[in-house]
Design a protein around this ligand. Structure first.
Ligand code: CU
Length: 456
C-alpha cells in the first residue's frame, strides 16, 4: 500500500459538520430530506485537491442527526447518485421494513427516486447511518453519518462531541479515492484499508478544550475494515455506553480501547492534562502511537475535578435472555487467505466471486441461517476458523456476549471475533422480520460473509 505523505504545515481547523435537529411528527409540513449526492471534500491536507466523494446532504460525514429518545425519525431519502442506494440505521432496534438492507428489507432506491424512512427510535445512545447497497463501495465513498438519540435527561457534561473515525484510500498524487472497490486482495485479506486516517472528515481533527472540562465523547468506527486501538492522553474518565447501550455503571476506560468497524463507545472524560494539549491516539501499523484527535487546551472550566458521572438511564427492554431456554446455534466462519479451507472448496468459492462462508454458505441465499420464533431466546456461537478478525453485526436486536465463565457481557450490536477463537452471543429474538447477520469488514461482507435470520 502506498503511503500518503502528509505535510507538517498542513493543519485544518474547525469542523464542518452541521447539526440537524429532527422534529417529531409534523402532519402537513414538507418532508425532511436526506440526499445522497456527489460532493467534494477536503479530506487530504491543504495543498492537495479536494476529493470527490458520495455524501449525504453534501457534507462528509453526513449531517449529524440528533433526536430525542422515543420520537419518530422521518427522512425522505433522495437518491441523486447515478447508482441505486439505501440507508441502514445501524444499531436502531427498528421496524424491519425501515432497516435499509437492499435485497432483504427493501429494494434499492434507483437513481432519481426516493424512499421515506419513518421509524421510532426506542433507545437513547450513539448510533450511525450508512449505505446498505454495495456498502463496501458506498460507505468507502463517504455515505455515513452519526445518529444520536438523546436521553430525556442528558448526563451532566460541558460538551457532547461526536467523533466519527474513518479512513480513506486515496491516490497520493490526486487525492482521489482509489476506484477499485473489489480488489481480490482486499476481499480475501483484512479488507479495504485507507492510507489516510481521520475523524469527522478531517485527517487531523483538533478541538479546543478547557482544563477540567467534562466532555462526552461519542466514538464511532465508520471505517470499512480498520480496527482502531486507541488510548487517551491528558484525558481521563469512564466508558458509559457500548454500541449505543448504556453500561450498568460507568467503567474505567481500558488502557487500550479497541473499536472494531461499526462499534461505538461513549466516554465521559475530564480534561486532566497539565500541558496545552490532550489527545486521543491510535496505534499505527508501525506500532507507534499517532494522534487521532487533538485537543488544544486553553482556560479552565473549573478549579478541580468533579465527582464521577451518574449512571446513564437504562434503555427499555434490556433484560438478559433466558439462557435456560435458549436455542443453541453455531456459525462457523471459514475462508479467506491463509485460512484452513481446502483448496478445492476455496476454488469453488472463488468461482462464485466469494472468499468466505458463514455456516458453510457464501452470501445471503434464499433461506435464512435460522428461523426463530418471536420471543425465543438464542445462543449463537461464532467459530472464527480463519486467519482474520471479523466484526460480526446483527441487525434489529442487540445481544450480549456469553463469556466463558457463564456471565453475560454488556449489550452490543457488533462483536469482534478473533482468529482461531469462538465467541458466543445470546439474545432474545423479540423483533420480527428478516435481519441481516454479517461481517462489518465490508469487503468480507461483499465476498460471502453475509447471512440472515428470520424472526416470526
Ligand atoms: Cu470479516
Amino acid at each position: 500500500m502506498r503511503n500518503f505523505q502528509l505535510t507538517r504545515r498542513a493543519v485544518l481547523a474547525g469542523m464542518g459538520a452541521s447539526a440537524l435537529t429532527a422534529r417529531a411528527g409534523g402532519a402537513a409540513t414538507a418532508p425532511t430530506l436526506l440526499t445522497a449526492q456527489v460532493a467534494k471534500a477536503q479530506i487530504a491536507p491543504e495543498g492537495y485537491p479536494q476529493t470527490e466523494v458520495w455524501s449525504y446532504d453534501g457534507t462528509l460525514p453526513g449531517p449529524e442527526l440528533r433526536v430525542a429518545q422515543g420520537v419518530r425519525l422521518q427522512r425522505r431519502f433522495v437518491n441523486k447518485l447515478a447508482v441505486p442506494s439505501s440507508v441502514h440505521w445501524h444499531g436502531i432496534r427498528i421496524d424491519n421494513a425501515m432497516d435499509g438492507v437492499a435485497g432483504l428489507t427493501q429494494d434499492a432506491v434507483p437513481p432519481g427516486q426516493t424512499f421515506d424512512y419513518d421509524f421510532r427510535v426506542p433507545d437513547a445512545g450513539t448510533y450511525w447511518y450508512h449505505a446498505h447497497t454495495k456498502s463496501m463501495e458506498q460507505v468507502a465513498r463517504g455515505l455515513s453519518g452519526a445518529l444520536i438519540v438523546e436521553e430525556p435527561e442528558a448526563p451532566d457534561v460541558d460538551r457532547d462531541e461526536v467523533l466519527l473515525l474513518d479512513d480513506w484510500l486515496l491516490d497520493p498524487d490526486t487525492a482521489q479515492l482509489e476506484p477499485d472497490f473489489t480488489h481480490p486482495m482486499d476481499l480475501s485479506h483484512g479488507g479495504r484499508f485507507g492510507n489516510l486516517v481521520g475523524t469527522n472528515g478531517h485527517y487531523a481533527l483538533t478541538l479546543t478544550a478547557k482544563r477540567h472540562e467534562r466532555l462526552r465523547l461519542r466514538l464511532i468506527n465508520a471505517a470499512n475494515a480498520r480496527i482502531f486501538v486507541l488510548r487517551l492522553t491528558g484525558l481521563s474518565g469512564w466508558q458509559v455506553a457500548l454500541d449505543g447501550m448504556p453500561l450498568p455503571a460507568p467503567e474505567a476506560i481500558p488502557e487500550e480501547l479497541v473499536l472494531a468497524p461499526a462499534q461505538r463507545v461513549d466516554l465521559i472524560v475530564d480534561v486532566t492534562s497539565d500541558g496545552a494539549e490532550a489527545a486521543i491516539e491510535r496505534l499505527g501499523n508501525d506500532q507507534q502511537w499517532q494522534r487521532q484527535v487533538g485537543f488544544a487546551i486553553s482556560g479552565e472550566a473549573s478549579r478541580t475535578r468533579r465527582d464521577p458521572p451518574a449512571v446513564l438511564p437504562p434503555n427499555p427492554n434490556m433484560d438478559p435472555p433466558d439462557l435456560t431456554q435458549a436455542r443453541p446455534l453455531e456459525m462457523k466462519i471459514e475462508g479467506g487467505a491463509m485460512g484452513r479451507m481446502s483448496r478445492n472448496r476455496m476454488q469453488a468459492l472463488m468461482q462464485s466471486g466469494n472468499f468466505w462462508t458463514l455456516a458453510g454458505q457464501a452470501g445471503m441465499g434464499d433461506t435464512p441461517f435460522a428461523k426463530l420464533s418471536q420471543g425465543e431466546p438464542v445462543r449463537l456461537r461464532f467459530v472464527n476458523d480463519t486467519a482474520f478478525p471479523h466484526a460480526m453485526h446483527l441487525h434489529g436486536m442487540h445481544f450480549r456476549e456469553l463469556r466463558e465463565d457463564g456471565s453475560l457481557g454488556p449489550m452490543r450490536d457488533t462483536v469482534l471475533t478473533i482468529p482461531g477463537r469462538s465467541h458466543e452471543i445470546a439474545f432474545t429474538a423479540d423483533n420480527p422480520g428478516k435481519w441481516l447477520l454479517h461481517c462489518h469488514m465490508l469487503a468480507h461482507a461483499a465476498a460471502g460473509m453475509t447471512s440472515w435470520i428470520k424472526v416470526a
